[in-house]
Design a protein around this ligand. Structure first.
Ligand code: RNT
Ligand code: ZN
Length: 421
């Protein structure tokens, strides 16, 4: 797109927003504080590097499709991530799973991993001046095959996963320490039952016991932030998930840790956006897993839709941006994975920008005065305001492709790199 056109469009947008009392330059400055943590698993369908050709196994999460070009080595993954970041304005973080260590062709089981297996990633992040986040991987493993990990009644299995998760926290703390920005460590486990259970209680007691053992080790807050992620149901855990929302919300509040809100993990009529202003009264921070569920927790590529918007609007309206850690969680193997990555991350940025461009004071005044018509009318009018021009200008300022120019870049990368793998 032409520079002059982008600037001209921005000037018009700036004036239009100013008429509503919104300062677009201030919004652009705010946008720089929105650091989205890129989920590394979009590059390889949650495969990881434990052994050559690792694939996602069990756990009720699925990547479907076989688009060519999936990252098969750490080098390929890093090249993909650099490409993605070169097409995004602002600064990102990287979110790793434990299966993405540098194991040098040796089989290092999950209860044996150490910070040294992630030193390469720490150095990589340091070079780019970005932070890292981390996740224990309690799936795609023989000891997760019977459907229970941290809630297992089998002591050998439970202990194995406790050890794994403890090590993951140690690795996260090391990342945070070396990089000077706390790593968020997220715990998600697949544990649940396909058919009607009769002893939910003991399973939840086991999970609580495991978490207590895991969190008994303390780390400085500026190195590590702990978070727990619930789920309503998964494939194979339709009747009960041990780590439900009630369970983890209670645990997070009582133990002063973070709660992860994955918007694919609730009943479709439940709105994660509505939860923000409830939960933030009781926990210091939350971690988001932004995704798009189509009929179920399908982890489709994030798009700029009303569900996402409500989440970003409620965070901005509550002035809680500094208490929200933004993560993404989608993995689609049916289209160019790098393209999918950029679409989803740009959609998230756009949704935050849209929320920041809202004339909040005016809308609240309407609400307080009982002017419901005026409130709804303005909310509708905002949908056709030129926020795209503001985002384009933001991209230009950050020297990344504007508008459809990023499509050409992805197509080129597909031809020159992805299709040659
Ligand atoms: C699964 C959870 C979890 C995973 C990632 C790979 O339903 O959303 O966050 O998607 O850890
Ligand atoms: Zn998630």
């Amino acid at each position: 797109m032409k520079k002059e056109l982008i600037e001209k469009s921005y000037q018009i947008a700036k004036e239009e927003y100013a008429a509503l009392g919104v300062d677009t330059d201030k919004v652009l400055a705010e946008m720089d504080k929105i650091n989205i943590s890129l989920h590394c698993w979009q590059t390889d369908d949650v495969g990881g590097f434990e052994k050559p050709g690792s694939v996602l196994g069990g756990g009720g999460i699925q990547a479907t499709g076989n688009f060519p070009g999936k990252a098969k080595t750490i080098e390929q993954m890093r090249s993909d991530l650099d490409k993605v970041m070169s097409l995004l304005p602002g600064k990102q973080r990287l979110n790793l799973h434990a299966i993405y260590g540098e194991f040098d062709g040796k089989l290092v089981d999950r209860d044996q991993i150490e910070p040294k297996h992630f030193q390469g990633w720490i150095d990589w992040a340091k070079k780019r001046g970005i932070g890292l986040d981390f996740n224990c991987t309690c799936f795609s493993h023989p000891l997760a095959d019977d459907g229970f990990t941290l809630s297992s009644k089998n002591e050998k299995i439970r202990k194995f996963w406790v050890e794994h998760t403890k090590r993951c926290r140690a690795i996260s703390a090391e990342m945070g320490k070396q990089l000077g920005t706390p790593a968020v460590h997220n715990i998600w486990i697949p544990d649940g039952m396909k058919d009607t259970p009769v002893d939910r209680n003991t399973l939840r007691k086991q999970l609580k016991k495991s978490l207590d053992e895991i969190f008994a080790v303390k780390y400085p807050k500026n190195h590590l932030k702990d978070s727990v992620e619930s789920k309503l149901f998964g494939i194979g855990s339709e009747s009960m998930v041990v780590g439900s929302h009630d369970f983890y919300l209670g645990y997070a509040i009582k133990n002063n840790i973070l709660i992860t809100l994955d918007n694919g993990h609730f009943h479709p009529t439940e709105q994660v956006g509505d939860k923000v202003s409830s939960i933030l009264h009781f926990v210091d921070e939350i971690l988001l897993h932004l995704t798009r569920g189509v009929r179920w927790d399908s982890d489709h590529v994030l798009t700029f839709n009303e569900e996402l918007l409500l989440i970003t609007q409620e965070i901005v309206r509550a002035k809680a941006l500094n208490r929200v850690n933004i993560g993404l969680d989608f993995f689609d193997a049916s289209l160019n994975r790098i393209g999918a990555y950029v679409i989803g991350t740009r959609s998230a940025q756009l949704a935050f920008m849209y929320a920041l461009l809202e004339p909040f004071k005016t809308l609240v005044k309407f609400e307080e005065d009982g002017k419901n018509f005026e409130r709804l009318a303005l909310l509708e009018l905002l949908k056709t305001m030129p926020f795209g021009a503001v985002y384009d200008y933001y991209c230009m300022k950050n020297k990344v492709p504007v508008g459809q120019d990023y499509i050409d870049e992805i197509v080129k990368y597909e031809k020159e790199v992805l299709l040659k793998r």
